[in-house]
Design a protein around this ligand. Structure first.
Ligand SMILES: [Zn+2]
Length: 287
C-alpha cells in the first residue's frame, strides 16, 4: 500500500466516523422544557412578580401551583443528578417519588456546569443574560428569585457548604446565608430553619453526588451512596415540613442543576452539550 492509499483509507475512516457522530447527534433527545422556567414559577407560587429577565413559568409546575396554592418554598438542590440516573436507577429515587406530585424532566443550559446552571435556575435567564458563562463564581447582578421575593417583603435564605457556587453567586442580598462545614450540618440547619418558620424561600444546596461522581464516576460506589443520601435528604425535608407545617402550605422541590457522564479513567464529568449532561429531572410536591 502506498502513501496515497494510506491517506485515502484514513480519510474514508474519518468520514465514516463523522457520519456516525452526525447520526448519533440527530438521534439525541433533549427535554423540551427548560430550566429557565423554574424561577418565574417559584415567584408566581408566592404571588410575586417574576425576576426581570426570567423566561415564562414552566407549564407543568405552574399548573401544579395553580391547583395547589402555597405560601412557602423549600428547594433542595442536589448537584449533578442527571435524568439518566433516574431512568437507570429508578428504585434509588423511590424516597423522592413518594414525595412528588410532579416529575418534571428539564433541559439545563450550556455550559452545563454548576455556577452557570444555578444562576439560570434562580434568575430564569440564559447565561448570556446573567453573565456566568463558564466555571466562575462571581456574584450574579442580574435580578433573581431572591431579589424579586425580597422586594415583595419576603424572607429568603440559602443553606450551603463552604466554597460552593450556591454559597457565593447570590451573596450581597439582604437575606440570610448559612454556610456549613459539612453537608450533614447543612441538612440539620435546613431542618432547624423549617421548624423555626422564619423564611418564605429556603434553598438547600447539596454537593455530595457531584463530588463523588467526579472522583469515582457517576455509577461508582461512592456516587451511588451519595445519590441514595440525596433521595433520603429530600424525603427527610418532606417529613420535617409535614411535622412543622406552622399553618403554611409549602412547595418542596428536588431541583438539580445539570447532569453528568462517565469519562476515561473511572471518573465523571459534565459541561458538554450532550443528553447525559443536559437532561435533568426535578420533582415537586405541595405539603
Ligand atoms: Zn453542579
Amino acid at each position: 500500500m502506498n502513501l496515497t492509499d494510506l491517506y485515502d483509507k484514513g480519510f474514508a475512516q474519518s468520514l465514516k466516523f463523522m457520519a456516525k457522530r452526525v447520526k448519533q447527534m440527530e438521534e439525541e433527545l433533549y427535554c423540551p422544557y427548560s430550566l429557565t422556567g423554574v424561577a418565574a414559577a417559584v415567584t408566581a407560587a408566592l404571588g410575586v412578580e417574576a425576576p426581570q429577565n426570567a423566561a415564562p413559568p414552566v407549564e407543568p409546575l405552574k399548573k401544579l401551583l395553580e391547583a395547589e396554592p402555597v405560601d412557602r418554598v423549600v428547594l433542595y438542590n442536589p448537584d449533578a443528578v442527571a435524568l439518566w440516573l433516574f431512568e437507570k436507577y429508578t428504585p434509588v429515587f423511590l424516597p423522592v417519588m413518594e414525595n412528588a406530585r410532579l416529575t418534571l424532566p428539564l433541559q439545563s443550559v450550556m455550559p452545563s456546569v454548576t455556577p452557570v446552571c444555578f444562576a439560570t435556575m434562580y434568575t430564569g435567564a440564559l447565561p448570556e443574560v446573567h453573565g456566568i458563562k463558564a466555571y466562575r463564581k462571581p456574584v450574579v447582578k442580574t435580578d433573581s428569585v431572591f431579589d424579586a421575593l425580597l422586594r415583595a417583603g419576603k424572607r429568603c435564605a440559602i443553606v450551603s457548604v463552604e466554597n460552593a457556587s450556591m454559597s457565593k453567586i447570590f451573596l450581597e442580598r439582604d437575606m440570610d446565608y448559612f454556610i456549613c462545614a459539612t453537608t450533614r450540618e447543612a441538612h440539620q440547619k435546613a431542618a432547624e430553619l423549617i421548624a423555626q418558620n422564619e423564611y418564605d424561600l429556603l434553598s438547600v444546596y447539596d454537593p455530595d453526588y457531584d463530588d463523588a461522581m467526579h472522583r469515582c464516576g457517576p455509577e461508582g460506589e461512592g456516587a451511588m451512596n451519595a445519590l441514595r443520601s440525596n433521595a433520603a435528604a429530600y424525603a427527610a425535608l418532606a417529613q420535617c415540613i409535614r411535622e412543622h407545617k406552622n399553618g403554611r402550605r409549602t412547595l418542596l422541590g428536588f431541583a438539580p442543576d445539570h447532569g453528568c457522564h462517565a469519562i476515561d479513567g473511572g471518573g465523571g464529568s459534565h459541561g458538554l452539550m450532550m443528553p447525559e449532561d443536559m437532561n435533568i429531572v426535578h420533582f415537586y410536591t405541595v405539603i
